[in-house]
Design a protein around this ligand. Structure first.
Ligand code: DC
Length: 208
């Protein structure tokens, strides 16, 4: 069974995808990490993330980079969003994601274009979202743990920027697949959101 989980930054899609993987006993791929690795690799080698040629070179990042904590930072998220605009970069990363999706037994993938481009025939598709303010609040709470001076308004602006870039790009923009179920987590606890996600997947896999 292939499960596609898409949605904007800080919507809870990663947490939900990991919980679905555990529940259904499937391997999980956070595809955002691929784009984050490309973005960080480009900058570390002195390249320009907004230049398609430089960004493409970054696609040859070393696999050890996945263990680098810097990949989880908001800066890496922004770099990822910038390199992900280039169609060349998206093409370079497609095969890896499709191979993961089509492995025997199935998989859960989360990202922006899983249900629309990477695995359009997935057995279940969710589009996880939450209000912009709620997503900024969640991200802000996280940031306060390591930086007591973190500013909510800066985080809100970053989330708005990222949403805009991810949904307005020409190639594989962030959007809900026609056959994906919408899961709005604005007013849900994590466990309620996970429970709802499991119910939606169960219902979809029975119906397809
Ligand atoms: O999910 P994330 O925040 O780790 O993703 C970081 C950026 O990577 C996101 O803003 C856009 C890009 N991305 C993408 O274009 N396609 C994906 N499938 C996953 C991420």
């Amino acid at each position: 069974m292939i499960i596609a989980v898409d949605g904007p930054a800080a919507s809870g899609k990663g947490t939900i995808a990991r919980a679905l993987a555990k529940h259904f006993g499937l391997p999980h791929l956070d595809t955002g990490l691929l784009y984050r690795a490309v973005g960080v690799a480009v900058v570390r080698s002195g390249g320009d993330p907004d230049n398609a040629g430089d960004a493409l070179v970054g696609c040859d990042f070393p696999v050890g980079l996945f263990d680098d904590p810097e990949l989880r930072s908001e800066q890496a998220g922004e770099l990822a969003s910038r390199v992900s605009i280039h169609p060349e970069v998206r093409t370079a990363l497609v095969e890896r994601q499709r191979d993961f999706a089509t492995q025997e037994g199935g998989a859960v993938l989360d990202g922006r274009d899983i249900g629309t481009v990477i695995a359009p025939d997935a057995d279940a598709k969710l589009f996880v979202t939450a209000s912009t303010e709620k997503r900024a609040q969640r991200r802000h709470q996280d940031e306060l743990k390591s930086d007591p001076d973190a500013d909510y308004n800066v985080t809100l602006a970053e989330i708005r920027d990222r949403d805009k870039r991810d949904s307005e790009r020409v190639t594989a923009p962030l959007r809900q697949a026609d056959d994906a179920d919408l899961l709005d987590t604005t007013d849900l606890t994590i466990s309620a959101a996970v429970q709802r996600a499991i119910e939606l997947v169960e219902a979809q896999k029975g119906a397809r």
